[in-house]
Design a binder for this molecule. Structure first.
Ligand code: PHE
Length: 455
């Protein structure tokens, strides 16, 4: 009986389902929902992207969250340990590390974007609501490499301060209060945004699938986004699962996390995409803006409304908080992997991550200015790290998890693990998806990612 094994005595656990759902939601809801989802949806076809995203989340995402959480709870270990738990061969090591290394590569560029958020917050505090909404403002900000670097470092210092200062619980508690405020504010801005003249076109573009806008990149992007937004395929859920009590209903909590996370992403989409049509005439160029979309479109919305300064401040405070809880969970997983596997102390592990942060984060921050001349497969650093992790490494990491479950652990042990707490209502679905759908999907994605880079 695992419950009484020595492992679980050493490990803390969540107080219950609510505590777990909130912790996972804190990790899941972040820049991925508010910054990344809207720009991908705008870029890769609107409604058709949304449809594919939702289908993938309900099928494939569901299977992966369940598997990772169950494996974490079964082994009481984070990914490297969890894979090693099932065998000593090299492949297990590779599978575990593949999962574990991804957060280390994400957190630096995540912090670059976090820095942009801090910069905008400061500008709103200074009352520059008009200035930041001008055409070209964002472009000249990120082209100024030392500015971008400065704000990246400010954000990174916040993250390390939280990790080293042990105030994580305080932050978590605060974000629990802020989450509902974020939802309310998003609803208010959404209503304002979709009622502007011309916005309706954008609402249609975002919500109604149009096959004409479909391309394979739509699927690749939607899948990468699903991993990213739900914190799948990067070791986080193994780690969180290892703290889950045996009597917690994994299935129900998974559903709740998915609904909440997707809900916030859709709100962000409705806040931003119709505004592109209302404020920039929906010109295709703005729809293709990519990472800069949120920073170009929302300031125009805020500048045009009454109370724009206050709205801007509140909005960016909330986004900053959501970004910090996610960044902290990325950093915490990275640090604990180093501590567990290299047997370094906490301070030393943080120092190693600080080096990784400075090198990769600086490259991302300066990629629009001083380092603009360096291109990897045509992408600057930020886009490249984003692409490499989301479209290549995460599918591989997810594939590793699928193979582990299918070939080594066996589906039955997973379903038994899940059934320890409650009947497994969608067991058949889980099996079918895991056996046939997931591996096929992953292989298609990997191939089209490669084709995309080479083509
Ligand atoms: N899911 C977070 C977001 O949407 C990002 C993240 C990924 C956080 C992985 C933790 C782990 O912003």
């Amino acid at each position: 009986n695992e419950k009484n094994s020595t492992h679980s005595h050493h490990r803390g656990s969540f107080s219950g389902r609510i505590g777990y759902v909130l912790a996972v939601a804190g990790s899941a809801v972040g820049l991925g929902n508010i910054w990344r989802f809207p720009y991908l949806a705008a870029k890769y076809g609107g409604g058709i992207f949304l449809l594919i995203y939702i289908l993938l989340t309900a099928s494939f995402g569901y299977v992966l969250i369940m598997s990772e959480t169950a494996l974490g709870r079964m082994t009481r270990k984070s990914p490297v340990g969890a894979f090693a738990h099932f065998g000593k061969k090299k492949v297990f090591k590779v599978g575990g590390w593949l999962n574990a290394v991804i957060p280390m590569l994400i957190v630096p560029y995540y912090s670059t974007i976090g820095g942009w958020v801090v910069k905008y917050l400061v500008e709103y505090f200074k009352g520059n609501v008009q200035k930041v909404s001008e055409d070209g403002y964002f472009g000249s900000f990120i082209a100024d490499s030392w500015q971008a670097e400065l704000w990246f470092i400010v954000f990174a210092v916040f993250v390390f301060a939280i990790i080293l200062g042990g105030v994580q619980n305080g932050i978590e508690r605060m974000s629990r209060i802020m989450m509902p405020v974020l939802v309310i504010l998003a609803v208010v801005v959404t209503i304002y945004s979709v009622t502007r003249p011309g916005a309706l076109e954008g609402v249609k573009y975002f919500l109604i699938p149009n096959v004409k806008n479909f391309s394979w990149m739509t699927v690749v992007a939607a899948m990468g986004q699903m991993f990213y937004s739900l914190s799948i395929a990067m070791g986080i859920l193994y780690t969180y699962g290892s703290y889950v009590p045996k009597d917690m209903d994994i299935e129900e909590s998974t559903t709740q996390v998915e609904i909440f996370d997707t809900g916030i992403a859709m709100l962000a989409g409705l806040m931003i995409i119709p505004a592109v049509f209302a404020f920039s005439g929906g010109n295709p160029e703005t729809l293709q803006a990519g990472p800069s979309l949120m920073f170009i479109t929302l300031p125009k919305v805020f500048a045009s409304m009454g109370l724009g300064t206050v709205t801007g401040i509140v909005f960016f405070v909330l986004v900053l908080l959501a970004a910090l809880t996610s960044a902290v969970s990325l950093m915490e997983t990275s640090v604990s992997t180093i501590m567990d596997e290299l047997h370094w102390g906490r301070k030393g592990s943080c120092a190693l991550m600080a080096v990784v942060m400075i090198v990769l984060g600086t490259a991302s921050s300066m990629g629009y200015g001083l380092l603009d001349f360096i291109r990897i497969f045509g992408m600057n650093f930020l886009d490249f790290f984003d692409f490499a992790t989301n479209s290549v490494m995460m599918p591989l990491a997810a594939l590793a998890t699928c193979i582990l479950v299918l070939k080594v652990v066996g589906i039955n042990r997973i379903t038994k693990e899940i059934e320890q707490s409650s009947p497994f209502r969608r067991k058949k679905l889980y099996k079918v998806f895991l056996k046939y759908f997931a591996p096929a999907c992953l292989i298609i994605i990997l191939l089209s990612s490669i084709a995309n880079v080479l083509g």
